[in-house]
Ligand binder design. Structure first.
Ligand code: ITT
Length: 197
């Protein structure tokens, strides 16, 4: 009765653990599998990369797996950083990524700073049974960080309908409207079918 979340990102792990709590299943993450090496995300889409992560961990653990590939698509940057969001500034360093984003947008005015957060979730069993769902949320990139919660690009991602950045929201508020929250809600409606499959 165990689901492995194929992530090393503690922010993602925290959000999924909270959202999946009502399911009453045992959640593990890659923190429980320290012997798993780096997984090369060689795909060219969110779905390809989520599937690569899910397959590697389903093969390794022989357990059902949830993988998340996500990123920020900024209109004025032709959709960048997109699938490269984690390593935008080289290493996976949230502060450096945010600084690079602000720098690349420094001449872009307030009304041209639209962005989308995208998540693709892949559920995969060792027997090959697979479920794919997507979620998105629209926002704007601010010119300076606001808020202390969340992770990654959250302090720069302003959601007009809430009047807050993602980092100014509580975890429940973020999960209610975020790309990952929306994808997870869709996943939940099909989860039991997949789990029994
Ligand atoms: P795993 O592959 O181990 O899951 P990762 O952080 O490398 O962790 P991704 O390859 O999917 O994950 O990279 C997504 C990046 O996009 C992530 O590192 C953040 O910088 C950003 N991101 C994704 N979801 C986010 C969110 O809810 N809030 C802020 N930034 C987010």
């Amino acid at each position: 009765n165990t689901l492995v979340i194929a992530t090393r990102n503690q922010g993602k792990a925290r959000e999924f653990t909270e959202m999946l709590a009502p399911k009453g299943i045992t959640i593990k993450t890659l923190a429980d599998y320290p012997d798993v090496g780096a997984i090369k995300e060689t795909g060219s889409t969110f779905e390809e990369n989520a599937t690569i992560k899910a397959k590697a961990i389903a093969d390794h653990t022989q357990l059902p797996v949830l993988a998340d590939d996500s990123g920020l698509e900024v209109t004025a940057l032709n959709g960048e950083p997109g699938i490269y969001s984690a390593r935008y500034a080289g290493d996976h360093d949230d502060a450096a990524n945010n600084a690079k984003l602000l720098n690349n947008l420094k001449s872009v005015p307030a009304d041209k700073r639209q962005a989308v957060f995208h998540t693709t979730l892949v559920l995969l069993k060792p027997n090959g049974s697979k479920l794919v769902v997507n979620g998105e949320v629209q926002g704007q990139i601010l010119t300076a960080s606001r808020g202390e919660n969340g992770f990654g690009y959250d302090p720069l991602f302003y959601v007009p309908s809430k009047g807050k950045t993602m980092a100014e929201m509580s975890e429940d508020e973020k999960n209610a409207i975020s790309h990952r929250g929306r994808a997870t809600k869709k996943m939940m409606t099909q989860f039991d079918n997949w789990w029994e499959d």
